[in-house]
Design a protein around this ligand. Sequence first.
Ligand SMILES: *[C@@H]1O[C@H](CO)[C@@H](O)[C@H](O)[C@H]1NC(C)=O
Ligand SMILES: *[C@@H]1O[C@H](CO)[C@@H](O)[C@H](O)[C@H]1NC(C)=O
Ligand SMILES: *[C@@H]1O[C@H](CO)[C@@H](O)[C@H](O)[C@H]1NC(C)=O
Ligand SMILES: *[C@@H]1O[C@H](CO)[C@@H](O)[C@H](O)[C@H]1NC(C)=O
Length: 484
Amino acid sequence: MARGNITFVVFVCFSSCLVVSAKRPHIVFIVADDLGFNDVGFRNPDMITPNIDKLANEGVIFDSAYVLPVCSPSRSAFMSGIYPFKTGLQHIVIGAAQNVCLPLNLTILPQQLKKVGYATHIIGKWHLGFCNWNCTPTYRGFDSYLGYYNADEDYYKHTIAGFYDLHENETPGWNFNGKYSAYFFAERAQQIITNHNAEQPLFLYLPFQNVHAPIEVPPKYANMYPHVRNWGRQNFCGMVTILDEAIGNITQTLKDKGLYEDTLILLTADNGAELVAYGNNWPLRGGKHTLWEGGTRVTSFMSGYGLQETGITHTGLLHAVDWMPTLIGAAGAEQVPGIDGINQWDSIRLNQPSKRTEFIYNLDDFYIPTQGHAGIRMGDWKLPLGYPGSIDGWYEPMNDTKDTPLTKNIFPNTGDSPARLFNVIEDPRELNDRAADFPDIVQNLTARINEYRKSYVKANYPKHSEKAVDKAKQNGGVWSPGWC
Ligand SMILES: *[C@@H]1O[C@H](CO)[C@@H](O)[C@H](O)[C@H]1NC(C)=O
Ligand SMILES: *[C@@H]1O[C@H](CO)[C@@H](O)[C@H](O)[C@H]1NC(C)=O
Ligand SMILES: *[C@@H]1O[C@H](CO)[C@@H](O)[C@H](O)[C@H]1NC(C)=O
Ligand SMILES: *[C@@H]1O[C@H](CO)[C@@H](O)[C@H](O)[C@H]1NC(C)=O
């Protein structure tokens, strides 16, 4: 027994000594809001994204990186490593006046990185609740915050639902009124990098506003797309290109400061493109809000420090819940026990098979006629149950003057029927429903999804609170915490 204890102590010392002596990379985690599968130059030669393409081509492009079908659920998974159907955040997004936030008893990514000495900063979209100060970024592990709590705001006025939503730490960021967000988000990231002490590991979380609706961009970026005749798509493309320029500027500052060689960059979309807002997921089916591949299989890559094989595409299954433990793995920080995410750092950095063989697309029992209901992936097979969400269909980029008509898929019921089955390896476009051919596989995957349902937590989706509006009015017309 004594001997066992000694071995254990030596092992602990060995592993922690290793962790301490290993270099902790700087980490830049970029989230591109609503960026489509086909909205980057490395997939679609019509897109002008030279900086993104260079990072992706010098790094590892993820072919099978999955997320939740909308924003707050994905972001909750990025931060906590837990499926949103277990935290009540599975249904659409957190409304500005909803008394909801990412549960406060969860340990989130920046908190874990801080424990091993990281400086932690967030610039951009939070969208994980703000009704109480304890819900907000600087109370949840971030040293500084420049950004907005909600979604959908004007890119210049920073207003949503009648109130201002741009904050610098705990105060309203009035200085930024009238300025396009990609410019000053990039500038703030560059300032942080320039002023950073290179001895300390840096974590920059950059959830950009681009390229979410509304369709707004300085004209010079839209004008780079004279061949796109559709006004919406042309401006959308400009929104992608200004995001690319912002990423290029930040990368350049990392180089100027001498940090680039020690920086690991992860980029992911939070969900597939919003088709009505001119994003594009071709050749995948459907888009944002849906459990089709177009809503959930997204643009994502890693670049930089620690990757042993680069210039490759990694085909393994990765899910939104994996990013927290994977970045913690890359940082050599302590993993949070009991989460759904898997540390994929070795699989990615050594280009080995993914450690994941299955995942849940989402489980959402709260029916409204846009959001997908339930689905699971196991091996090559995908089983969506019931309403898959809207929009349905396959769309090329809208480069005609008139908008392409989109098929709204309004579904009459709320349950698990029909069960559809796709082999997404053979049929990534989800053209052939095989449910009738393989009833045993349907049964198998249904049994598995029902296992997951044992940990289902009812969606936390309350009515909008007047207290939120009162608080905003009291605080000079700014969405503000302190009403729950
Ligand atoms: C957080 O609190 C919820 C609700 O009380 C509970 O179900 C869950 O297990 C807790 N999670 C953790 C990680 O403590
Ligand atoms: C990138 O940097 C250049 C040079 O400083 C600047 O003119 C441009 O506005 C910046 N673009 C963005 C999106 O930050
Ligand atoms: C849009 O452009 C792409 C690539 O140039 C082309 O393949 C496609 O046919 C075009 N579609 C329309 C509707 O013009
Ligand atoms: C059901 O799933 C399990 C686990 O992947 C697998 O071992 C088994 O072969 C499957 N059975 C059928 C009939 O697909």
